[in-house]
Design a protein around this ligand. Sequence first.
Ligand code: PGA
Length: 241
Amino acid sequence: MKKLIWANFKLNMSTRKEHEAYNEQIASYLSTHSESVETVFFPQIAQLGILHEQYSDITYWAQTLANKVSWAFTGELSITTIKDLGINWVMIGHSERRQYYWETDESVHEKLVLALDHDMKIILCVGETLDQRKNWQTLDILSSQLNIALQWLDSSKIDIAYEPVWAIGTGLTPTVQDIAEAHLHIRNMIKNTESRILYGGSSNDTNAQEFSEIPHVNGFLVGWAALDPNKFGKMITILAG
Ligand code: PGA
């Protein structure tokens, strides 16, 4: 299975100039390791079309999408628009969408249905809060998020990111044992061997080696560390082995 690494730029990298400088630095890492590592970038939605056209050898994905094709949803992003830009890939259910935009497992499910209907490649994010971890609910929460989101769907077409909410952007990470347990649980739940399972939450060039050796960790979803092309490039190199 080819390793995967995703750079989630969130609400950063806001100008074309920043992308130009970034891409100049990341280019050699991408070309050196393209055989063994699949690298994907999630820029801000409004930049998708321009970046996709300008950097045809770089893969750009959408950070989210609306749960309807068209509707009176001011400010939302339609799957038709994403596809019209030539983008065939989307992230669904990131914890920041759940936290700040009230996405639920049910709306995540609706988005998955829509994306699968439109033959999109998908990454689904799941993960527990700190309270849930402290109350030993992590595996139950992962089960319920996956059960509701994936009900009746072909999970083999969906890659999963395990992202403990409390680890995102905090510099905190679970132990190797905790990551191993969560990834094994997810692998057993989705009942397929094709989906890749990525770890996300303060992964960086320092912990990537140790985390990449954990069974069922097929790569990383990276936030802060991806903003530095050299740190992110080092992570690509580590995954390439
Ligand atoms: P982080 O973000 O690497 O900054 O913790 C990960 C993410 O939100 O996907």
